[in-house]
Design a protein. Sequence first.
Length: 73
Amino acid sequence: MFGIFCLSMGIFATFFIKETKGKTLEEIDILFGDVSAEQRRQNVEAGMKEEQRKHSVKYMEDATELENRAGKD
C-alpha cells in the first residue's frame, strides 16, 4: 500500500509539478535549496575521482593476475 502511494506521488510530481518536470534529482536539490550548485559540483567531482580510483585499482589487480598467469605458463 505504501509503495503504491509512493509510486503514484512520484508520477504525479514528475508530470504535474512544473518545477520538477524534466529535471534530474541533482537539479531538484539545487532548485529547492538543499544543496548549492557549487557543493553539488564538488560532490560529483569527488564521486568521479573515487570511481576512477576504483577502476584503476581493479585494472591493476587484473593486470598483475594476468602477468602472474603468463609467468607460470
